[in-house]
Ligand binder design. Structure first.
Ligand code: 5GP
Ligand code: MN
Length: 340
């Protein structure tokens, strides 16, 4: 379905529902939270009862966002979360397209087989057959940009306010690394310009997102780069790994490793960067690339993951040593592509 068709039908479609639940992905980032909250505020303006559920906590640098206190964090209050899901007559997936991306929420979400679902997302490989309607475009910076387009279609004059503009800018800013990548068309800047000019203090938002590190978080970043970064020149690749003990040493808080993976890409000739982190019982991979090399394909083929061409994630159930080993072992298959 084209974007326009979705926009055009949207008001009539959504007015059929009374209790809408918005769900986003595990380890929610600025776009997951920003797009969900903006969509939530928009639905409230349309007179629709809406709730937002995220599987686990958001990073502390998002704690100031408008409406954040209204989000239900499933792993802290799963009973209420199940209540919301059971009462929902529509479930909206924002910023992910497969229930396997919802962590602890996965099982309960899969039980809602009779509840219609819609998708608003910019990730690849969506299975549209799960959804009654969808707004999905991989060539859009962020889910927040899609929500911004939806709201603009219905009239920024009527619906955009400071809260919505703030949430949308957070999502677009974080998913584009402060407007440095994943921008496919000038409309991204035009939309942001419109939101900034009337409603919000952009520099203040930027400061709240990027300049609120704890001392430990900045020292952890330094440690990652000085002690844990390995460069594999032959593959134009750099990886950083962090053990549970490393995280404990720096009193790790949710969100503290956000952005770390981008730093090795600052080196000339590095085309892929990877952060491998030991989390509760699993190993998380965060992949980034510059140019055409697709980390989505690599994450999908070897690390039970996916995402976008230049940013993807994955997981393995193994030790950190095995995870590093597994990563290094797949590189020869990609040598030609990485040397292009
Ligand atoms: P991050 O490295 O910041 O966790 O994730 C980068 C991008 O890849 C995000 O857009 C995120 O939604 C997506 N992503 C992260 N982990 C996974 C995963 O396990 N599966 C899929 N399909 N996408 C992922
Ligand atoms: Mn996103």
């Amino acid at each position: 379905m084209s974007k326009c068709l979705f926009f055009n039908k949207f008001k009539e479609f959504i007015s059929q529902y009374k209790h809408v639940v918005i769900v986003s992905h595990v380890n929610p980032d600025g776009d997951a939270v920003g797009s969900s909250l903006a969509f939530y505020f928009f639905l409230l303006k349309l007179g629709i009862d809406a709730k937002v559920i995220i599987p686990n906590d958001f990073p502390s640098f998002l704690a100031w966002m408008p409406g954040i206190e209204n989000i239900l964090i499933f792993d802290k209050n799963s009973e209420k979360g199940v209540e919301y899901l059971n009462a929902a007559d529509l479930i909206c997936y924002l910023d992910f397209n497969h229930p396997s991306r919802t962590g602890l929420l996965h099982n309960d979400l899969c039980h809602c087989t009779k509840t219609p679902k819609i998708l608003i997302d910019h990730h690849r490989d969506a299975d549209y057959s799960q959804f009654v309607e969808y707004l999905s475009d991989v060539e859009t910076s962020s889910t927040s940009e899609l929500v911004a387009e939806l709201i603009q279609y219905h009239g920024f004059d009527e619906y955009l306010d400071e809260k919505i503009a703030t949430c949308l800018l957070v999502g677009i800013m974080t998913d584009t690394g402060s407007f440095s990548h994943s921008i496919y068309h000038p409309e991204t800047f035009e939309l942001c310009g419109k939101m900034i000019s009337s409603k919000v203090d952009y520099q203040l938002i930027h400061n709240k997102i990027y300049n609120t590190f704890s001392e430990n978080r900045l020292r952890l970043l330094g440690y990652c780069i000085s002690n844990r970064m390995t460069i594999l020149d032959e593959y134009h690749t750099a990886y950083i790994y962090l053990t549970k003990a490393d995280l404990e040493n720096y009193n790790y808080q949710v969100g503290d490793t956000e952005g770390v993976v981008n730093f090795p890409l600052m080196i000339d000739n590095i085309k892929m960067a990877v952060l491998i982190t030991e989390r509760q019982g699993v190993i998380r991979f965060s992949f980034r690339s510059k140019g055409e090399f697709s980390v989505h394909e690599l994450a999908k083929a070897h690390f039970n993951g996916g995402g976008h061409t230049n940013a993807a994630g994955g997981t393995l159930n193994c030790s950190i040593e095995q995870a590093v080993d597994a990563f290094v072992k797949v590189l020869p298959q990609y040598k030609t592509l990485l040397n292009k």
